[in-house]
Design a protein around this ligand. Sequence first.
Ligand code: ACO
Length: 369
Amino acid sequence: MTTHPQIHSATSATMGLEGIVAAETVLSHVDGAAGRLIIRGHDLQDLAGWSFEGLIALLWQDLTPEPLAEDQIRAALGAARVQVFALVDPLLAATKSLSPVEALRLLLSALADESDVPHHVLAVAAVPVFAAAIARHRCGQSPVAPDAALGQAADFLRMLRGTPATAEAVRALDTYLVTVADHGLNASTFTARVIASTKAGLFSSVIGALCALKGPLHGGAPGPVLDMLDAIGEESQIRPWLMQKLARGERLMGFGHRIYRVRDPRADVLKGATAHLRHASNWIGFAEKVEAEALTLLAEKKPLRPIQTNVEFYTALVLEAVGFPPDSFTNVFAAGRMAGWTAHVLEQEANNRLIRPQSRYTGPMPAAA
Ligand code: ACO
């Protein structure tokens, strides 16, 4: 078999496309060596006090037909939440045997390409409406209708609990949604851009992205962090439990990252968000002690490999403290990341070329005649 000269072999260096630049974007940049996440010219730490709508305005800037300011986005999302709520009731029964993320996938599939509301607005508005209704349905509770006057984070929590959320909880959820809104060309964002490049439309692109997020190697729930804290149980058990785990060659949940070689900047931002949530959480004080001990032990046991706290550790603490059940954590992640997915789809559509790489054939050739 002859190899086409323009096709580079899939060596171990390119497996998983690691290190391959597959798109140009103005949206975000992950600097793993320096521990920086830059979103359209801003370090993540400087965006921590922003509302989710403000961050969406930044991401969508110059990509939507008409420029949308933060308050216009807030109003548009509120109206769109009310509109998509009409889809919830007829579909909830069909989610009975599905996991929360499968149920979200099903409900998002009901968004019609013919809709005259801008699709990026509808997609971002839909996730909290659907995710809250799914979480309530799993507890036998009816969905709560959106309140168009509220911001996305406040309404998400109100639709989840049925009562208005505290200002601290809204601020913490806003911080979480901003923190996870975009993160370079991660697997789900790449998926969204590939689908967008076929001109399949925004809804198909973001549903594909959700399917990629669902995998345990990507958006798999930070639920295991809570399981770990639960299993440790009490302060006297922290060091022996962690030592046993490492002695068995097992991983400590919420530590380590493929790209960040220093501390994940998202972990620090979310740690800051827990400061106002201590009264609402059974875990935060205890988790800080577990984190300190884990970092000490990891530095001792793996001196050649810097292993730091990752975003999942504090995600678990923030989302649990504001009232989300652990099995809905992936859907809340999708609520934030939908901002990034929609921006990447708009960016891809604005300067499109079909994304169509090649594979290297390693199967048998037909027998010679
Ligand atoms: N606990 C203990 N040891 C670890 C951990 C950890 N959390 N993470 C890496 N290591 C060790 C490995 O055991 C391995 O040691 P060895 O060389 O002695 O065999 C070494 O570090 C390298 O491991 P890799 O899997 O090659 O490292 P990579 O950087 O690719 O791993 C990953 C990244 C998969 C996230 C890993 O750190 C891990 O499994 N962490 C625990 C699960 C977790 O927290 N996942 C969420 C990640 S954040 C996100 O995806 C949004």
